[in-house]
Write a protein that binds this ligand. Structure first.
Ligand SMILES: C[C@H](O)[C@H](O)[C@@H](O)C(=O)CO
Ligand SMILES: [Mn+2]
Length: 420
């Protein structure tokens, strides 16, 4: 290890020890926390079902940065590069459209575990877990913006079959990889303008989901999650799967509830929902993202909300009950850098939370010394956590500081620039 990094680390450790924080224990905890990277940052949510598929469902990836992955092999290659720039345990979150169909079109109601066998073999090599998602968008059977809540039974049945098959693929991931795959159900269903009947589609969605989840699967291999949204492009006035809908559904059906940081009203934050929900739902899935005006999916920054999300998980000992997934897609910058920036930020936020003198903070609050609470929290912001981060990166053989960007530039030159 480089001398300067080690010296800074030792000094930082002493500073935290004076506050009662055991840095080595904090880093040991870091090594237990998995972050699930979303595969769809690598190709602007295109997938490999067929060529030139249009992205629909009220989400949009803007930008035309060269070198996006054109097939599963390229995506895996890019992910390996991204993994090499990010310290700590990881999972990969796949969508159904990332199947490998050997050049033969396989429709969503026909997908099988064999279409994901290469992903599983690769995950074993990488020593990572996989998560999964049925893809209920970018398909002509998302008709009039509706899928599982469509009034036509034929259309609902098509999507029900897709979700049922997706659950079996997710279970296969979990069984093969020895850790549960979290399968998140999100669909864009909604209306651009004010609906006459808000209840009907919600009844149909509940009915469809109940059928999708009928088959009991082993929770050691597979977990179901459901994700709400406040609005999308083309569903500005009404989304069938609203927060209240899924909060109720998750409680009644004992599924996980997915909170996407970009799916709420502009000043509403998911950090403040975690503690409340922890009293009523067993496990949560997070889609850590960053909303900017109409977009819910900008690359995450180390901002106040990201730090608050990590604090809520760590302060309340929820690491075993909250699955951390990422959900952003930016096609205007190097896509590997986007993964590296967002995921490193998530991990930095977790480190900051693990380095808090929790006992002292809680005691200060209980004695109503609110002046000290504010002073301490503010002081912590300039504590030398960055020296600990550098040590953590170096210990994991990951480039320190901005050096990771040189590796991205090199990869861009050697690999991405050669893609047509
Ligand atoms: C591709 C994802 O499933 C999608 O981003 C979803 O999770 C979402 O957040 C839609 O806005
Ligand atoms: Mn999401």
């Amino acid at each position: 290890m480089s001398n300067l990094i080690e010296q800074s680390y030792e000094l930082a450790k002493q500073k935290y020890a004076a506050l009662g924080v055991d840095v080595e224990k904090a880093l040991a905890k870091m090594d237990q926390i998995k972050i699930s990277l979303h595969c769809w940052q690598g190709d602007d949510v295109g997938g490999f079902e067929s060529e030139n598929k249009e992205l629909t469902g009220g989400i949009q990836s803007t930008g035309n940065y060269p070198g996006k992955a054109r097939n599963a092999e390229e995506l895996r290659q890019d992910l390996e590069k991204a993994f090499s720039l990010i310290p700590g345990p990881k999972k990969l979150n796949l969508h159904a459209i990332y199947l490998e169909n050997g050049g033969e079109f396989v429709d969503r109601d026909q997908i099988e575990p064999k279409h994901f066998a290469n992903w599983v073999a690769w995950a074993k090599e990488q020593d990572i877990g996989l998560d999964f998602n049925p893809t209920l968008f970018s398909h002509e059977k998302l008709d009039n913006g509706l899928s599982l809540s469509h009034p036509d039974k034929g259309i609902r049945d098509f999507w029900i079959e897709h979700v049922k098959r997706s659950r079996r693929i997710s279970e296969y991931f979990g069984r093969e990889l020895g850790q549960p795959s979290v399968m998140n159900i999100w669909m864009p269903d909604g209306f651009k303008d004010i609906p006459a009947d808000r209840l009907g589609p919600r009844k149909l969605l509940k009915e469809s989901l109940d059928i999708c989840l009928e088959e009991k699967l082993d929770p050691k291999c597979h977990l179901d999650a459901v994700e709400s949204k406040v609005f999308g492009i083309g569903s500005e006035s009404y989304v069938v799967g609203s927060h209240e809908f899924y909060m109720g559904y998750a409680m009644e059906s004992k599924t996980l509830l997915c909170l996407d940081a970009g799916h709420f009203h502009p000043t509403e934050v998911i950090s403040n929902k975690i503690s409340a929900l922890s009293l009523f739902v067993d496990q949560l899935l997070l889609h850590v993202s960053r909303p900017v005006r109409w977009d819910s999916d900008h690359v995450v920054l180390l901002d106040d909300e990201l730090m608050a999300i990590a604090q809520e998980i760590v302060r309340h000992d929820l690491l075993d009950r909250v699955h951390i997934g990422l959900d952003f897609f930016d096609g205007s910058i190097n896509r590997i850098a986007a993964w590296a920036i967002g995921t490193r930020n998530m991990r930095k936020a977790l480190l900051l939370a693990l380095l808090e003198p929790k006992a002292e903070l809680f005691a200060t609050e209980k004695s109503f010394d609110l002046t000290k609470r504010l002073a301490l929290l503010e002081e912590l912001k300039s504590y030398p956590w960055q020296a600990i981060w550098d040590h953590y990166c170096e210990k994991n053989n990951i480039a320190v500081g901005l050096d990771w960007l040189d590796e991205v530039k090199q990869y861009e030159n050697d690999v991405l620039s050669k893609r047509g």
